[in-house]
Ligand binder design. Structure first.
Ligand code: PEP
Ligand code: MN
Length: 449
């Protein structure tokens, strides 16, 4: 039997249209946008309500300290780089980090890709000027092209259809890799193949050997390995483009409740988290687990207003606060916020984004970050939660599985001169494969306390 949504629920899903919506593209042609969204509304969901429900339960476990969330992927995915190799490398990096955290800290890891839909970006300015020419800023492949020409920079709603297709092929590959045997923990050594020569990889090999020994022990003891053959790997992105997100919001026939079927987990960015804004309104009406980014100026009242809107009943796992304070401020500003939220009593999952508060411009002019500063924010996050007796529930990172040179530092030191050699990101700098592994080893130690 299929349960339908009430008229009230359906009407509620349209409320955002009358509310202020920050960071939306200026689409040149309303009819073209309407044609695209009507088409999208007919296309199949990319994820299923039951999967979002399972993730919500895992996020609840992370809030209680019974699991740890690892959310990672590009700042902005691009259509050109949605290739099998790039996607596999990212999955592998996240699986390796998860193995380090699981084994190193004896905690289950909730794996959440910043993948299969991360195609839209809020930008600090609407326009960009180069050599006297001013054009609309790049807003992500779902909106316009990165090439600096008027044609490419004009927002094109057809790109929403391409974003859907790339999301579908990416989630398909994620499902194949993580359900088809590639993620089997008995392959931990294989994931490291070809990477042996530097300290992070050597450290990983030692850990993989220990995992192997544990596996042989369990095998000898008659443990059933079926559960180790597959992993649950969820998708997430910033729910920024409301026309797209609304078109993929569907009614679950089991319950009559709305779910956003563009990803398992959606987050609202620091720049669009106004409690009376359109983004918060639309996501307040779906059942998925939801995140909100909180920057250093977030007040206790802001956080409480978000809880009132997004999780009034205090459902476990529903709401995650992803703090991105900056290494220099986290120890000062996070405690007050956590205390206010904790005093309220409704649960939230606390996740640390150590990337977005620590962006700098290098002497040679690259937008970059330093690994040491990033790790310092994570350390501050653990210190604050440990001091307050609250739970550091997870980590949100911009990373890639490739050997790019976008973030400074690491044991195979990327210095300012090296940034130019493989700086590929179109928006924010990402940890490379090796820096990601290093981070996982450090965080495993912090998790052990
Ligand atoms: C991002 O995650 O890429 C981003 C823009 O973050 P924030 O909303 O925290 O600035
Ligand atoms: Mn970013």
């Amino acid at each position: 039997m299929s349960i339908e949504a009430t008229d009230e629920v359906l009407a509620g899903l349209e409320h955002w249209r009358a509310m202020p919506a920050a960071h939306q593209p200026t689409w040149p042609d309303a009819d073209a946008l309407e044609a695209v969204t009507s088409e999208l509304r007919e296309w199949p969901p990319l994820v299923f309500a039951g999967e979002a429900d399972s993730l919500r339960q895992k996020m609840a476990a992370a809030a209680r300290g019974e699991a740890f969330v690892l959310q990672g992927g590009d700042c902005a995915e691009t259509f050109a780089e949605s290739t099998a190799d790039r996607i596999r490398n990212k999955i592998r990096t996240i699986l390796q980090m998860a193995a380090v955290l699981t084994y190193g800290a004896s905690v289950p890891v909730v794996k959440l890709g910043r993948m299969a839909g991360q195609y839209a970006k809020p930008r600090s300015s609407d326009l960009e000027t180069r050599d006297g020419v001013t054009l609309p800023v790049y807003r992500g492949d779902a909106v316009n092209g990165h090439a600096f020409t008027a044609a490419s920079r004009t927002p094109d709603p057809e790109r929403l259809l391409r974003a859907y297709h790339h999301s579908a092929t990416t989630i398909n590959l994620i499902r194949a890799f993580t359900q088809g045997g590639y993620a089997d923990l008995r392959l931990v050594h294989d994931w490291n193949r070809g990477f042996m020569s530097n300290p992070a990889y050597a450290r990983y090999e030692v850990l993989a050997a220990e995992i192997d020994r544990a596996m042989r022990f369990m095998d000898a003891a008659g443990v059933d390995f079926e559960a180790l053959k597959t992993v649950d790997f969820y998708s997430s992105h910033e729910a920024l483009l409301l026309d797209y997100e609304a078109a993929l919001t569907r009614i679950d026939s089991r319950t009559g409740d709305p779910y956003n079927t563009s990803a398992h987990f959606l987050w609202i960015g620091e720049r669009t988290r106004q409690a009376d804004g359109a983004h918060v309104d639309l996501l307040s009406r779906v059942r998925n687990p939801i995140g909100v980014k909180l920057g250093p100026t977030t007040s206790g009242d802001d956080a409480l207003a978000l809880m009132d809107k997004l999780n009034p009943e205090g459902e476990p796992g529903r709401l995650t606060f992803i703090t991105r304070m900056g290494a220099g401020r986290i120890r000062d500003v996070l405690p007050g916020l956590v205390e206010r939220v904790t005093a309220d009593g409704r649960p939230v999952t606390w996740v640390c984004d150590p990337m977005h508060g620590n962006t700098i411009t290098s002497p040679s002019g690259y937008k970059t970050r330093e690994l040491a500063t990033i790790l310092d924010e994570v350390r501050g996050f653990f210190e604050v939660h440990q001091a307050l007796g609250t739970v550091p529930g997870g980590l949100h990172v911009e990373l890639t599985g490739d050997d790019v040179t976008e973030v400074l530092g690491g044991s195979e030191e990327v210095d300012d001169a090296a940034l130019a050699s493989r700086y590929e990101t179109l928006v924010d700098p990402r940890l490379n494969h090796q820096q990601s592994l290093e981070m996982a080893f450090d965080v495993a130690e912090m998790l052990r306390g």
